[in-house]
Design a protein around this ligand. Structure first.
Ligand code: NAI
Length: 454
């Protein structure tokens, strides 16, 4: 009998397996596709490989401003695809190596729970039964498919694709229509627009990028409209078929937009079906498997981490949840906190944020102060970039602790963790100002903004 059976080999599953193995537990991890899950194979990593190629290309296009004379520049989508595949292969091999290093047995089969056995639980995979003292459910999530006429047929024929296929299209479609202006939609709009596609984004809300600070998402919207992306906000797709997508626009007009490919990205749903959770009586809510702050489900010794709990649906949240679960299994005190989880959109320019946005602070009735500065306050930003960006910070008006930081501009994704650390540790403005930032870096923007408060 294993100490731990892990269902799912994505960021939550493989990291939990690795940590548990490191602590000397015997672990078996089940993965029906590839180790690394959505993040590594059809999400975070391949999309970043694509987006970096687009970034290199855009930099080359504007090379002259930086003294680099470039001619006959082209973005070759086929070569980009080769690079994406190589990057993914390398990293999947890395996860496999980690599993070996920590003596985790990996079973490449679909696993189904088969109830209790003496002293633990049974899982069936590939016709074999495995027993474990504890379970970790880390089966991830799948794209939401809304009941729009023609959508299912479109998916079946390959005309409509999801995050998985869009990353591996053999060529950039002439006309790409994206349903959903959230993170997936924006990142793919960014890549394919640069790769030469005509891109339209149909978003139900009156703004893009979901819960991103509104001032920041408006700047991103403006930038991508300038780059030629056709955003239809407050619009609804009502039917699809024959190469056209029928959209009811904000004003009530109905238009039919042509598309060679349609990307569906309107959110994700926890994978909780057909895996035998009912054999143990694991409680499931509308969002996913219900867990407490330690990752425990309602069934003792059954844990859940990652997208399957429906709380945050980000790979970096999954990592931390996995650690909390393993620590709890080992009797160590640990718990999840969700108020300092950074979010990033890897467009050009990048967007990154952590903590409360102004909208959330207002909604929650928090007494806050907000200050913002142009990124051109950073010497390195000006030296390296043409355009502009923004960095804004919210602090608690009484306690003067940092509540939120939101940025748009180069390196935002690499800087934001520092702001997360300030929020996580409840740092006050006066104390944060004592931190020495390397100069010249764009990270100094945080220091600059800290000094704008009285
Ligand atoms: P999302 O929740 O980020 O965005 C979905 C968007 O679709 C929302 O703006 C929503 O208003 C809109 N929408 C919903 N129904 C619609 C409809 N019928 N018509 C038009 N618009 C509609 O979900 P997305 O982009 O699919 O991403 C899935 C998950 O993956 C998210 O949890 C996201 O955080 C994660 N992700 C994270 C990335 C990152 O951290 N950089 C990159 C890509 C995905």
């Amino acid at each position: 009998m294993y100490d731990l059976l892990v269902l799912g080999g994505g960021p939550a599953g493989y990291l939990a397996a690795e940590r548990a193995g490191h602590e000397g537990m015997s672990v078996c991890c089940f993965e029906m596709r590839e180790l690394g899950g959505v993040c590594l194979n059809e999400g975070c990593i391949p999309s970043k490989a694509l987006l970096n190629c687009a970034k290199v290309y855009e930099h080359a296009l504007h090379g002259e401003k930086f003294g680099v004379l470039t001619h006959d520049i082209a973005l070759d989508h086929a070569l980009v695809q080769k690079r994406r595949a190589r990057v993914v292969r390398t990293l999947v091999a890395g996860v496999k190596a980690k599993m070996r290093e920590h003596h985790v047995e990996v079973v490449r089969e679909r696993a189904v729970l088969r109830g209790r056995v003496d002293g633990g639980f049974a899982v069936e995979a590939g016709g074999q039964v495995y027993e474990g003292k504890r379970l970790l459910i880390a089966t991830g999530s799948s794209p939401v498919v809304p009941p729009i006429p023609g959508l299912r047929e479109g998916l079946d024929s390959g005309w409509v694709v999801t995050n998985r296929e869009v990353l591996a299209l053999p060529e950039a479609p002439k006309k790409l229509l994206i349903i959903g202006g959230g993170v997936v939609g924006l990142e793919m709009a960014a890549y394919y627009r640069t790769a030469g596609s005509e891109v339209a984004v149909v978003e139900m809300l009156d703004h893009i990028a979901g819960a991103t600070d509104r001032e920041i998402s408006d700047l991103l919207l403006k930038e991508y409209r300038r780059k030629g992306v056709d955003f239809r906000l407050g619009a609804k797709v009502v039917a699809l078929g024959e190469g056209r997508v029928t959209v009811v626009e904000a004003g009530g007009d109905t238009v039919r937009l042509e598309a060679d490919k349609v990307l569906l990205c309107v959110g994700r749903r926890a994978n909780v079906q057909e895996m035998g959770l009912e054999t143990l009586g694991v409680e499931i809510t509308r969002a996913g498997v219900r867990v407490d702050a330690c990752g425990r489900t309602n069934v003792p010794d059954v844990f859940a981490a990652g997208d399957v709990n429906g709380v945050s649906m980000l790979a970096h949240t999954a990592y931390r949840e996995a650690e909390v679960c393993v620590n709890t299994m080992l009797g160590r005190q640990d718990a999840m906190r969700y108020d300092a989880i950074p979010s990033v959109i890897y467009t050009l320019p990048e967007v990154a944020g952590v903590g409360l946005t102004e909208e959330q602070a207002r909604e929650q009735g928090v007494a806050y102060e907000c200050r913002k500065l142009s990124m051109r306050y950073s010497g390195r930003f000006v030296a390296e970039n043409e355009g502009d960006g923004l960095c804004k910070m919210l602090i608690d008006a009484q306690r003067r602790t940092v509540l939120g930081v939101h940025m748009i501009g180069a390196y935002a994704s690499e800087i934001i963790w520092g702001a997360a650390a300030m929020i996580e540790t409840g740092l006050r403005v006066e104390d944060a100002r004592k931190i020495v930032f390397p100069h010249p870096t764009v990270s100094e923007m945080i220091r600059e903004v800290l000094w704008t408060f009285s």
